[in-house]
Design a protein around this ligand. Sequence first.
Ligand SMILES: [Zn+2]
Length: 276
Amino acid sequence: MRVYLSADMEGVTGLVDAADVQPGGRDYERGRLLMAEDVNAAVRGALAAGATDILVNDAHGPMRNLRPEDLHPEARLVRGSPKTMGMLAGLEPGHDAMICVGYHSRAGTAGVLSHSFMGHEIEDIWLDDRPVGEIGLAQATAAALGVPLVALTGDDTACAEAAAWDDSITTVTVKRAHGRFAADLLPVTQAHHHIETAVATALSTRPPTAAATGGEHTLAVRWQSASVAAILPGIPGVTTTDSRTTRATGELPALYRLFGVWMRVAASLTNQAPYC
Ligand SMILES: [Zn+2]
């Protein structure tokens, strides 16, 4: 069994503030170790379920948060940025399942460190007219490759968002949000135990690997800056629906990759880096 693991940071056990998750932040060095420990708990669960190949993609910010020496010795690591598929780099149809660790809820929610891919620049995203954030786009892109998202860890709002998007996802709540910058924390050792056992169970009962689905999807993004929406239609196939919203139709994962290009353009126009 080949398992793909996308590791974000805002939804990691114990972390609640930008200073915990941004390089240079006061508690970042501690935060990256807690991130590795959540990932390692998921890796232990995957191994217990019979995984023979585990690929971990560092999917947060500069994507160099996980130190190779902190990672479980049975897991391989994709490290660094930029990557053409960003948070989903390395995911391929040969994977039997995907796990998301440390994920967070979408922009506009009251979840811990909630946002969608960029700090403030992206106000809303829709996939096929359904509001979506990083969780839903990860699930849909993996599903298009025939890979089920079987388990996700994060705060209670991220878990609720995942369950509402696809009720077959096993969720592990490691903290309860008290707004965007505070949370009621599950004790660390309990959180690790829950992640390990939930991942093992989710992989053991996962649906059979499906064929890649193909099919067209429509992605729409509402930007904070009208200047971003004014520039993006220069890319063939991109249209606007109002002064701040851009739209494109295509197959996943190509559409996810196109969205990555949009964010690079938005970053250059607003001096706001893609954050994830
Ligand atoms: Zn992140």
